[in-house]
Design a protein around this ligand. Structure first.
Ligand SMILES: [Zn+2]
Length: 355
């Protein structure tokens, strides 16, 4: 019986695998962010016994690997802060602590499924945080720094791709965008920007825009304000190293937020860009269903959420031509997400929106 823990840091991931007695089954292994598919395959037979672990455990501050792990058929659990030792300001608890928690008290962890997504079971914290954020969001919206769509009276929409860059899928998305000559915004995570700077340059060279999507895709209600600020800053630093500039827009993972972390979006910081059209592509309902969902819900000013990273995105890529063709047929123009921010105030941005 094996138990695996996956930690994240400034450099990538570390994996520890222990046996039923708590002894190391293998030496700890390190993985750069672009090797997560390889890490997933390795986890299917990590120890001398060559059996998949009874549990693979990630923190609630790591939202980038559970999709691939569950898709591969591994048994994945999320460890929430109240069952873990204190976390450093930047990084997760050690991989060993995650594996040990599974070995000694599996019932205290939250099982994750491919369909449920990374924040399964955290609905109260998710919705509670959004409700409490209304006042702060209204303030940001008045400054043009909070929006979930643009003006409803202009033929402009923004296509956005989250959780990349990805060594395989980002290029495929870029090829399709180039074929139709449309512009998009890529909300990248710092772990991937750090590991794949060439892919970020490719995005920028093709004329697309960038957004900050945190470093490790954490569930924001679990972060202290300082931890949140470091997630933003370290990601901006990775963008600076890759392309010499930082994004003007930020998108919170899962759309989760709290007034405490929003308070860290200081004057001069990025604008918070949500979305009004969710493609649900991460749940992999089939390319036709993804395209239909987007085309059914998009209207003037829409901000459309899709994914180019953080999992198996073949369906997102397959759906993209139909999405673009359907929107072009309606004479909608593809603009950068940031270009939609000015109009957010015209339609009750703030308190009434998420109520
Ligand atoms: Zn995301």
């Amino acid at each position: 019986m094996l138990y695996a823990g996956i930690a994240w840091s400034a450099d990538g991931y570390e994996v520890e695998v222990i046996d039923a007695e708590g002894n190391r089954a293998t030496a700890p292994t390190r993985w750069d962010a672009e090797r997560v598919p390889e890490m997933t395959t390795w986890l299917e037979a990590p120890g001398p016994a060559s059996e998949p672990p009874r549990a693979v455990v990630v923190e609630s501050t790591n939202g980038l690997v559970d999709g691939l792990l569950t898709a591969a058929g591994l048994t994945v659990y999320r460890a929430d802060p109240w069952v873990l030792p204190e976390r450093p300001d930047f990084g997760s608890v050690p991989a060993r602590a995650l594996a040990e928690r599974a070995r000694t008290d599996l019932a205290s962890l939250a099982p994750l499924t491919a369909e449920g997504g990374g924040q399964t079971g955290r609905d109260d914290d998710y919705h509670g945080g959004i409700e409490r954020s209304a006042g702060r969001e209204a303030e940001l919206a008045r400054e043009g720094r909070w929006f979930r769509h643009g003006p409803r009276d202009r033929d402009e929409i923004a296509l956005t791709f989250d959780d990349g860059p990805d060594p395989v899928f980002t290029r495929q998305v870029l090829d399709i965008l180039a074929r139709y000559e449309v512009r998009a915004t890529f909300f990248c995570v710092g772990l991937h920007v750090h590991a794949l700077p060439d892919e970020v340059r490719r995005i920028v060279d093709a004329g697309h825009d960038l957004g900050n999507h945190t470093w490790s895709h954490p569930f924001l209600p679990d972060l202290t304000p300082r931890q949140f600020r470091l997630q933003l800053e370290r990601t901006d630093e990775a963008f600076m190293r890759a392309v010499g500039r930082v994004p003007a827009v930020f998108r919170p993972p899962y759309g989760a937020r709290t007034p405490e972390v929003l308070g860290e979006l200081l004057p001069g910081g990025p604008a918070l860009a949500l979305w009004d059209v969710d493609s649900w592509d991460w749940a992999r309902p089939g390319p036709e269903e993804i395209a239909r969902t987007v085309l059914d819900h998009t209207r003037q000013g829409s901000l459309i959420l899709m994914h180019d990273g953080g999992g198996d995105r073949r369906q997102s890529v397959a759906a993209l031509p139909a999405v673009i063709e359907g929107l072009l047929e309606r004479n909608l123009r593809f603009v950068a997400a940031e270009a939609l921010r000015g109009g957010a105030r015209t339609e009750g941005a703030g308190a009434s929106h998420e109520g």
